[in-house]
Every structure is written in structure tokens, then in C-alpha cells.
Design a protein around this ligand. Structure first.
Ligand code: NAD
Ligand code: IPM
Ligand code: MN
Length: 345
């Protein structure tokens, strides 16, 4: 059976890495994905005043999954406009509350810590918290200006992401790190800690540890082997997943899945990285994060065999030292090596 995919390449290297990933999809499983491309981006905003059409969400609802490159080009459109006009509304509208970000060293990649092994699964709350969008500014531009940005944590929202985290821990090492800043944030984060403890009673086999976000950031660098599944709020998960990406060798390796676990809405797959304006025209973006995200999409769509073929090809290529050092190999060369590997299967 084929799957209808909405492609949103977006801005900067988003377009490059999505093109590379689609070539890989066509080689690994010809005809399995039927992509339709949408040119929603900062350029679209400059032309139309919108990042996506008014009925963009309704258009996307008709697809089995969404595959996105990157959104944002701050020199043309303020990030607060572009991200709130495209990426963030999709995550919210489709209740993609679980953002799954695997951070692990691929064969042949050393990473800055020079660890033999690094393997953490970051589960990030993806629809509320610090990204609620609630807030405002008063007395703008005056010396009495005040800006407020309200983090909103609902019991339903906190419970479902923590439950998802516990379930992921059950499927891995049965260790779960719950991340807060409850020493400083006495409402939202104390609440998160309480819900963690309540759910822990339902998962007696899972060993839960509470960490403050500052402490776990240090631990990810100093003793990453002591961590396995991490569950964190929207903002904390965002920051920890760039740290995870750095430890796995760079942003070009970090994949992600924005999942609606109820499967009532399409889920969205995208690399963790952004549009990388600093390298966008150099042809050196690493496509592996996007290709790994494609693999996560195929797994989600029930195409385990194609997903596994793609991951084997990525790993065979990095094991040969191709694409392992940022900037060393060109996007085309990394993609061609993965295509060759698939050809040889
Ligand atoms: P970024 O992730 O685009 O870049 C950070 C650094 O990592 C840059 O030096 C970049 O060259 C490097 N990098 C990123 N991806 C790479 C890859 N595949 N290969 C090699 N190097 C790579 O973050 P930024 O510079 O803060 O953001 C640029 C724009 O992207 C902004 O508009 C930002 O809001 C947006 N953004 C979008 C997303 C998304 O769409 N999910 C994620 C992050 C940032
Ligand atoms: C990410 C990005 C986005 C986020 C930005 C661009 C709004 O950093 O997907 O990690 O913070 O979620
Ligand atoms: Mn981020």
C-alpha cells in the first residue's frame, strides 16, 4: 500500500535535505510514498503575507504523514512570525504532543565527547508548556514596559506526555529521567513532579529519577551512560535535544518525529535542525538527520522493512567515514553513498 505524504521543504537547507531524503525513499521503496510538495516558506510569506494558506491545516489533514525540512529565514521574516505561522500551528492542530528525538552515535562518528557509546531518547512535550503562545506586552517601547509569556501546563497535557515517556522507558532500559526546574518554578514544575510520581505508581518496573534541567544538561556531558529515556517540557526538551545532537556529532545527525499517538491526525517528521542560513548555499548540509527522520516516518507508517533498509544504509555509510565530520563531505556525496548502499542490497 502506498502512503500520501505532504512535503514541506521550507527554507534554507530544509529544501536540500528533503530532496536528498526523497531520493533515498524512492530508491529504498519505489512507489511506496506518494509525495505532494507544498512551497510554504518565508518566500511564500513575502509574496502572500502568509506562511501557509488559511486552510493549510485542512489541506494537510488529508495526508498520511507530513515530512518537513526547516522553517525560518530571520533575515527576511521574523522567526516569531514564520514559526508561529507554519511549524508550531501544525504541531498543535494535529495534537502531535510527543516529540521523539533519538540521540545516538552512528558507527564511525566520534562526537565531541569521544564516547564509545551514546544513546539517549529525548521525549519532548510538543503542544503546550512554555510554547503556549499566551502572553503580551504592555507600555511597549516605554521605560515601564512589561512583557509576559505564560507557560501553560494542563493535567491532560502533562499526564499524556509522561505516560508516553514511561511507555518508552518500558520498551528500553526501564529507566526514566523526568526533567523540571521545580526548585525555581514552584507551580508548573512542582505540578510536573507530582504527576510523574503519580504515574510512577502505575509503572512500578520503571526506575524514575527527577532531574533539574541544569543538572541533567551537565550529566548529559559528564555521564551520559547513566541516562536513557528523558522526558521534558517543550522548552527544556528543545534545548536538551540540541545538546543531544551536539554530543551525537552535530545537528546534521539529529532526527525527530512529532507524533499524535492516538493516530487521529497525521504525524510530522523533520530533522531537529533549522534552515542553517550560514551554510544554506554551500552544498554541505548533512542530509542524515532528514534521512533518519524519513526512516522514523516509514516505521510510523508500518513500513518496518523499508525503514530498516534505510537505517542500515545510513550506518554502512557512516561506518566508512562518509558524512561523519561536519563540513567534510558534500550533501550530494553523502546522499550518493547512501543510494549506492541501497543499490547493493
Ligand atoms: P540551525 O539548526 O539552522 O543551525 C545551527 C548551526 O548548525 C548552524 O551553524 C548550522 O550551519 C548548523 N547545522 C544545522 N543543520 C545542519 C546540517 N544538516 N548539516 C550541517 N550543519 C548544520 O539553527 P539556527 O541558526 O538557530 O536557526 C536558523 C533558522 O532555522 C531560524 O529561523 C530558526 O528559527 C529556524 N529553525 C527551524 C527549525 C525547524 O524548522 N524545526 C529548527 C531550528 C531552527
Ligand atoms: C525545533 C525548533 C523549533 C522549536 C523552533 C524553530 C520554534 O527549535 O524544532 O527544535 O523550538 O520547537
Ligand atoms: Mn530546537
Amino acid at each position: 500500500m502506498s502512503h500520501k505524504i505532504a512535503l514541506i521543504p521550507g527554507d534554507g537547507i530544509g529544501t536540500t535535505v528533503i530532496e536528498a531524503a526523497i531520493r533515498v525513499a524512492e530508491k529504498a521503496a519505489p512507489g511506496l510514498l506518494v509525495p505532494t510538495s507544498f512551497d510554504w516558506s518565508c518566500d511564500t510569506w513575502l509574496k502572500t503575507g502568509r506562511m501557509m494558506p488559511q486552510d493549510g491545516i485542512e489541506i494537510l489533514r488529508g495526508y498520511d504523514a507530513i515530512f518537513l525540512g526547516a522553517v525560518g529565514w530571520p533575515a527576511k521574516v521574523p522567526d516569531s512570525v514564520s514559526l508561529h505561522g507554519l511549524l508550531l500551528p501544525i504541531r498543535k492542530a494535529f495534537v502531535q504532543y510527543a516529540n521523539i528525538r533519538p540521540h545516538r552515535l552512528l558507527p564511525g562518528v566520534q562526537g565531541p565527547l569521544r564516547k564509545e557509546r551514546f544513546d539517549i531518547l529525548c521525549i519532548r512535550e510538543n503542544t503546550e508548556g512554555e510554547y503556549s503562545g499566551a502572553g503580551g506586552r504592555v507600555h511597549q517601547g516605554t521605560s515601564s514596559e512589561v512583557a509576559v509569556e505564560t507557560a501553560i501546563f494542563t493535567r491532560a497535557g502533562v499526564e499524556r506526555i509522561l505516560r508516553f515517556g514511561f511507555e518508552q522507558a518500558m520498551a528500553r532500559s526501564k529507566r526514566l529521567a523526568s526533567v523540571t526546574k521545580s526548585n525555581a518554578q514552584k507551580y508548573t514544575m512542582v505540578f510536573w513532579d507530582e504527576v510523574t510520581d503519580q504515574l510512577a505508581a502505575e509503572f512500578p518496573e520503571v526506575e524514575v529519577t527527577h532531574y533539574h534541567v541544569d543538572a541533567i544538561a551537565a550529566r548529559m556531558v559528564m555521564a551520559p551512560e547513566s541516562l536513557d529515556v528523558i522526558v521534558a517540557s517543550n522548552l527544556f526538551g528543545d534545548i536538551l535535544s540540541d545538546l543531544g545532537a551536539a554530543i551525537q556529532g552535530g545537528l546534521g545527525f539529529a532526527a525527530s518525529a512529532n507524533i499524535d499517538p492516538t493516530r487521529q491526525n497525521p504525524s510530522m517528521f523533520e530533522p531537529v535542525h533549522g534552515s542553517a542560513p550560514d551554510i544554506a548555499h554551500l552544498g554541505i548540509a548533512n542530509p542524515i538527520a532528514a534521512i533518519w527522520s524519513l526512516r522514523m516516518m516509514l516505521d510510523h507508517l508500518g513500513e518496518a522493512a523499508a525503514a530498516a533498509r534505510i537505517m542500515r544504509a545510513i550506518e554502512a555509510v557512516t561506518a566508512r567515514g562518509i558524512g561523519t565530520v561536519p563540513g567534510q563531505d558534500r550533501t550530494d556525496a553523502i546522499t550518493a553513498a547512501i543510494l549506492d548502499e541501497l543499490e547493493g542490497e
